[in-house]
Design a protein around this ligand. Sequence first.
Ligand SMILES: [Fe+2]
Length: 400
Amino acid sequence: MQTGSQNTNTGLVQPEAASPAPFRFFMPTELYFGPGQVQRVGEVARKFGTRALFVTGRRAMRESGILDRVLGHLRDAGVETVVFDRVTPNPLSTTVDEGAALARERRCDLVIGLGGGSAIDAAKGMAVAATNPGGIWHYSPLGDRAVPQQALPIVAVATTAGTGTEVDRYAVITNPATREKPGFAMEWMQPRAAIVDPELMLGVPPRTTAATGLDVLFHSVEAYLHRSASPASDLAASQAIRLVARWLPEAYRKGDNLEARYWMAWASTLAGVAINTAGTVLIHAMEHPLSGHYGVVHAEGLAALSQAVLEYDLPAARERLADVAAFLGAPQRDAEQALERIRQLRQAVELDVRLRDLGAREEDIPALAADCLRTMGGGVQANPRPADAAAIEEIYRRAL
Ligand SMILES: [Fe+2]
């Protein structure tokens, strides 16, 4: 649904439905939000099971002491844990299958993911693969497209303000054999409960704060531009955009500012709600092949693509981008101002990068465009301006 908007000089934007289209709002995750909420992980997990496959990355959670704290809370609540700590960034289908096998072998009755998007997405994949035959790729939108019949309940503990995966039904999983990195979307992957505790984010390094914060920005901007944007997704997306504009530079400069971490965590959660209700469009669709081919950090790829994609979208999304400009605090409600404000945000967090800085090569562009259409076709189709292979190749070239 495309909508027109009115503006006042106060920056208050009132989206106005062009046609009163129906929509579905799906947000069944029980959310525990705020400083100190991680202490409730045991009590929360206990609602769903007593032996958890506990999924996290190799180092950061252990080194920060967060892993031991969380395991201690679980032990105190009588939840046994089987730790799987081998998740890498851009998690692999093979890793998901290993974790799933461990869950089956040890008869786990729930899965807990602790970390950023990679750990939680891997946990989601394991919850499905542990209880259905054939390995996770069997259920991939690019594989056999099998439909799972069940999953273990999932509890997500987010430690970055980034993906919003703790409140959505998506998991992004890479096949190491084909380098394809599709988004899985299934209701079985929706966490039963999520804990978002900004105190866990105080120690996130600046570069990760910047990247994950821009991921929040693009989730919310893309949800706002999505062809199925609705009053429900707009509500979440617009507020997330405002919060990123206000708090991301502060969280980047002063990582120990709890107020900045709090509002960025809430922006991330809202952006997760926005993409669970609408979805992402062309920036995300074009980024996944970059992570798949070059192992690019997801949000650095988004940052590198964003200007060229939004310039492409501009003629088809003037009204919506003008709203975005207002959410970002631009002096005029003007679509070009949205692009300018987003550029300023990239600069404020020192991620105003180009694709070549991330290792992308001109000769790979046709393959990247083909991958984008094959693996992320849904996001392309939902884009406000239609894009074919030639258009996508041209955008990659402009972003190079
Ligand atoms: Fe993302």
